[in-house]
Design a protein around this ligand. Structure first.
Ligand code: SAH
Length: 252
């Protein structure tokens, strides 16, 4: 069996209990060396074969997983954050499926959740935004035109940008062109939950300058929206006067 496991955003104790237990049992681990905390590899048993996928092609990764299966071994494919977000797992799963190799996915804490924790923020504030857009700036990987940053920006919802820290000038220009006012709060979170985490609070209009000042080019999320501001409404769920399935509201 092959397990696609989310490693969490960085801190080694932010992997799930299930993910850790699978790492402890694994005979083969292929981890995304560019972003997975190597401390997680200390959970593996002695004799576990460990590969860094940063140096491997898709074919090498899937061949290694297939060989492990043929040899009757259990493997973990360890992806950063949650594997479903920019994890390139679909192609691996489809190749395994074509070769009749069984696999299972184990979720992880995505970096966008790690960044919210670092910022002590709530993405979905009543009266501000009830939508989180997870996206990226087009780079060598294209983004469909209907999802261009400027178009998404028109919603002025909470936005989290992955894989875009190297292009902050362009991000800023698209966000402004799309409709976020320049004074909209923004943040850059570098290496969320790692020991060298950095948090930079800024505005959409100053985003690129803030990134340049702090020398941030990669391993960062850009977060945009009034969820980073001070105004919002309290949730109805805990409002004394609000009745729902589990509680009778009291009138004043
Ligand atoms: N599957 C991952 C995302 C992989 S894409 C997840 O769920 O988090 C890689 C991008 O994720 C990086 O370019 C960066 O934008 C972001 N990223 C990953 N880990 C991060 C962290 N600890 N702090 C900030 N950004 C991170």
């Amino acid at each position: 069996m092959v397990f696609f496991v989310g490693a969490g955003p960085g801190a080694a104790d932010l992997i799930t209990v299930r993910g850790k237990s699978l790492l402890e049992q694994a005979d083969v681990v292929i981890y995304a060396g560019s972003l997975v905390n190597p401390e997680l590899l200390s959970y593996t048993k002695s004799g576990c074969a460990i590969y860094n996928s940063a140096h491997m092609t898709l074919q090498e990764v899937t061949d290694t997983l297939c060989k492990a299966e043929t040899d009757g071994l259990m493997s973990v494919r360890l992806h950063t954050g949650d594997p479903s977000i920019y994890g390139a797992i679909r192609e691996q799963m489809d190749i395994l499926k074509a070769r009749n190799i069984p696999y299972t996915c184990v979720p992880g804490v995505s970096s966008f959740c790690g960044a919210a924790a670092a910022l002590q923020a709530e993405y979905t504030l009543p009266g501000v935004s009830q939508t989180v857009i997870l996206t990226r700036m087009a780079g060598r990987t294209q983004v469909p035109e209907k999802e261009s940053l400027a178009r998404l920006a028109a919603h002025q919802a909470t936005m989290v940008l992955f894989l875009s820290a190297g292009q902050m000038e362009a991000v800023q220009a698209e966000l402004l062109a799309g409709g976020y006012p320049a004074e909209t709060p923004a943040a850059i979170v570098y290496k969320a939950t790692w020991p060298d985490q950095q948090i930079i609070r800024t505005t959409v209009g100053c985003l690129a300058a803030a990134g340049a000042e702090n020398g941030i080019q990669k391993t960062a999320l850009l977060l945009v929206g009034n969820f980073l501001g001070d105004e919002y409404d309290y949730s109805l769920l805990y409002d004394a006067g609000f009745t729902h399935g589990y509680r009778q509201g009291k009138s004043e």
